[in-house]
Design a protein. Sequence first.
Length: 638
Amino acid sequence: MGEGRTLASRTKKTSSGKTQTVKKKSTRRKKVSAGKETSARNKPTEKGPSDVSAGNASDPITERKRADAEIRNLAKFPSENPNPVLRIARDGKLLYRNEATDRLLAELGVSERDIALILRVDFQHLVEKALSSGTPIRDVEVMVKDRWLNYSLAPVVEAGYVNLYATDVTERKQAERHREVAAQVLERLNRPAQGNTVISEILKMLKAFTGVDAVGMRLRKDDDYPYFVTRGFDAKFVREESPLCVKDALGEIRRDDGGKPLLACMCGNVLTGRIDPGLPFFTEGGSFWTNSTTDLLCSTSPDDRAGHTRNHCNSAGYESVALVPLRSGNEIIGLLQLNDRQTGRFTPRSIAFLEEVGSSIGIAIARNLAEDALRDANDLLEERVAERSSQLSHTVDVLRDEIAQRREAEARLRNYQARLKSMASELTLVEERQRRHIAADLHDSVGQTLAACDLKLGGLRKKFGESKDLGLDEVRGLLHECSESVRAMMFELSPPVLHELGLAQAIEWLGSRMKEEHGLKLKVDNRARPKMLNEDTRTLVFRCVQELTRNVAKHAGTLEVVVCLTCDGDEFHVAVIDRGRGFDGAAFRDEQLAGDGFGLFSIRERLNYVGGSMHVASEPGKGTRVNLTVPLRPIKEE
């Protein structure tokens, strides 16, 4: 079918050429007027027969040559158009078509007989309308076989024909239909109805949209993923296929090394993530699909299919099968299954659409399950409250107490996470107070007792004289060692210098310990007034600095660290700075804050508890700076 060819013959239209036409409004199109076509590259002008008569009208041969030359000239621009362009006469005859039109007709399998009949029957009245009015007809959509085309008619009144510019909008129409179905799915998911009713409606909708023979949905129940709702599968198939757990000879569920149940068949592969996206029947989204289970079984081994499959779908006559996981975040909570006895029912685009729908369904189901769990918890709470109420007297005071308990329980549920954080931080403060009490007890009891023993031994030494070897010196030496151990324990539990002299002096004492234990030189830059923090906050800040300097000694690869203490308004600031190896601060995440001992995560949480904050700034090779901020509070006189 060459460029510029005309069709004079008219034949009846075959079944393959049936069309469906839809007219819609346009918001942005090329401006087309009689005798002109506007392009981004040039603006050629088409001249009609009236312009041709400028030559020798009495010479028909010359006039015909001039008309042919003009048609060839007018065909130059359409031939460069990547989209189909046709030129149609008033009587429906095809005067010209470009190569893009030839390619499209070949893809659709439309013959010249078909196109001639289509133009005469479906387009002649539109051509007549455009030529009579001199007004372009824009954005008419027609479906030819399985393709949607959008075309506009630009009349060239003087020449007595129209130019038809077509665009293949199949992908857009499919995307619109996908969005429409997805919106309907979301609308049904948000309806306040029972879960199986909503799921049944959605499966009915997807079955109608895809045209498959059967659809089903599996949802997790205990260790298995049985069918929750099905449409189109017979009862025997559902009964035999529903359980997926692999069982041993005794009927017990087999489990992997991690204790998870082993799931059979391809459904089990999708539900457990045992897929290889590099294989053509798996997708990056974790789905499985095939347009011929027979060909798949013949061309692959069990290893290729990620394990043994039961092949019930193939045995039941299903050729096209799609298994799409239902996800909630990173968790697979179920599976969407579509089966059809015909081959070739799915495409990559349709599977991608089903994955999008599956994601929406998974999130909605997970939300509903969470709401059900919350309702069950509330029902259980109300049941316990009712049981407790029945055991109490019916006096007004008891009823008032019961109501208060119920409100308190409801408040506990709403604020559970916040209370856990508060309790954890409070436990740290209690621990610090207990450390101080234990240190004081060691000093007041054990320390004093050891000192008294030392005095007693000194008295015995004087009484019996140095000449007698009673082993007193050895005993006194052991007492001195014990005293030093007790003193070290006291300082480790709660440094007295922190409570007696203040935070800056305690950090300097900490520097001496770090020097002895790790060879780390700690410099204190104190620009704050002494004892500006209350007891608990001062102890918390000291522990934070202690943990941070230990981190420097262990991980920074440097022997120097600086601790700066400053005040700014109602806030107290501490900066721990080292010039060690550092790390990528931009990649720093909350999960990296957890560590051994106090940990950066614990530092941040406990600072938050007292109204403070922590900020970490670091770059590889440039060291690390950790800024701690706490509010200043009045100190109670002790």
